[in-house]
Design a protein around this ligand. Structure first.
Ligand code: ADP
Length: 419
């Protein structure tokens, strides 16, 4: 059959075409096979192969080869020391052999096994940076011609494409593995938190129940005060366990909320006033500004109360005695805005984006004076986002903070209040 020699322009076009396929090279073997076929075509050779270094054996393994030999050839391994491919790999440079009969390094077993005769070879190493990965090789330049400088350049270009494709595939594989590992760890963590919180709740419930009962029975002030410490500490533990179990999922699961029409003004007022005692104890003025008339949203009262409770709790905790905390609601087009503003210690600008991260605390957990586990704000964020809302913070260090959230307003037509 008459072989048509491609022009230089056609060769460049083909190389360009191969480079465009690089981003599709997710499945590496077909891509390397296509590279071998292109190498054959562009250098006008009888056959072409791609070898990759195999860590376990320390040998070169065929990964792409002439179709007619592909199944048999894939079982063959080529030694680095006694082959031209091995020499190109170890010396990291292209090797040209125009008369294989004079070259003792040509690896004869492959020819014997495939009933093939190697007359000439061109081999180029496949490297990514300084890492040798394998070799691309063409065999028998047609018409008994010699391999040229242009053939070497073409093969080195194709070797470069092979290296990029191999590196990309390895990166994709690493990313998939890392994602699977993260999902696995995330599941283990969720299971651990769910089981631990469940197991802790039962004995804690008993401690709280009995301590409260004893407190009621106690006749002298000293015993009552000691029992009060037990009840307070047990309640604190209960809050921590609740925070942990509220945070079993980073992605808000909208199905887990029980939506009902609720008056946000009433809820804000109730939640805020439940901190009156704590604020008074600390010498902080807690002001609640909500309108009398109902402001309806469709949501899960318990979850919104947790979110707001965490904000008010923080505002009181991070404000010094003599300070002020103001909780207010405001009607905006389509939304209600709830704000908790304090004139406390504030948050340094660099920390503002991170405070909503799980377990994040501005001061080190070991040195800070306040309790908590760095979960309150992340729980609040999950709870608000579950409702299709948004939460954010503004703050000036040393002057105070403003935490706000938006919740979508329900239309009066679609909502009727359940009391
Ligand atoms: P924690 O329960 O440990 O306080 P949070 O998630 O509720 O955790 O808050 C994270 C961190 O954000 C807190 O440790 C604190 O450093 C900072 N922070 C939260 N609210 C305020 C606030 N109102 N004023 C100053 N710092 C705050």
């Amino acid at each position: 059959m008459q072989q048509v020699t491609p022009t230089r322009h056609q060769k460049l076009e083909r190389l360009l075409e191969v480079s465009r396929m690089l981003h599709q090279a997710v499945d590496i073997e077909p891509f390397l096979q296509m590279l071998a076929n292109s190498a054959c075509e562009l250098t006008q050779s009888e056959a072409a192969s791609v070898f990759l270094f195999e860590e376990e054996t320390g040998l070169l393994k065929f990964v792409a080869s002439p179709r007619s030999h592909s199944e048999a050839i894939k079982r063959i391994r080529v030694p680095l020391e006694y082959s031209i491919a091995g020499r190109a790999y170890t010396q990291e440079r292209p090797i040209v052999i125009n008369d294989a009969s004079l070259e003792p390094l040509v690896y004869k077993p492959v020819d014997q096994m495939l009933h093939f005769e190697t007359r000439s070879i061109l081999a180029a190493p496949i490297r990514y940076g300084s890492n040798p990965l394998g070799v691309i090789e063409t065999i028998n330049k047609l018409g008994n011609a010699h391999y040229t400088e242009e053939d070497v350049t073409i093969l080195e270009t194709l070797a470069g494409y092979a290296a990029i494709a191999l590196f990309n595939t390895a990166l994709i594989e690493e990313t998939i593995n890392a994602t699977n590992e993260i999902q696995d760890l995330e599941k283990k963590k969720s299971d651990f938190v769910a089981i631990t919180s469940h197991e802790l709740r039962t004995p804690l419930g008993l401690i709280l129940g009995h301590a409260t009962f004893l407190q009621e029975l106690a006749t002298d002030e000293q015993t009552r005060q000691q029992l009060e410490v037990i009840v307070r500490s047990a309640n604190r533990l209960k809050d921590i366990i609740e925070s942990l179990s509220n945070l079993d999922s980073e992605t808000p699961d909208k199905r887990r909320i029980r939506r009902q029409a609720l008056d946000i003004n009433k809820l804000v007022s109730q939640v805020s006033h439940s901190f009156d005692g704590l604020a008074k104890q600390k010498g902080i003025k807690l002001q609640v500004d909500t309108a009398e008339q109902a402001l309806l949203v469709k949501g899960d009262a318990e979850k919104i109360a947790i979110a707001l409770g965490n904000l008010v709790d923080n505002a009181v905790a991070f404000t010094n005695p003599g300070g002020r905390v103001r909780v207010s609601t405001e009607r905006l087009p389509g939304f209600v805005k709830v704000s908790v503003v304090d004139n406390g210690i504030g948050i340094p600008p660099g920390e503002l984006q991170r405070i909503f991260d799980r377990f994040y605390q501005v001061e080190s957990h070991y040195t800070r004076r306040h309790g908590g586990m760095g979960l309150g704000l992340s729980v609040a964020k999950v709870m608000i986002e579950m409702h299709g809302g948004q939460i954010w913070a503004e703050s000036v260090e040393g002057r105070g903070s403003n935490f706000s959230f938006l919740l979508p307003l329900g239309t009066t037509k679609s909502l009727t209040l359940t009391r």
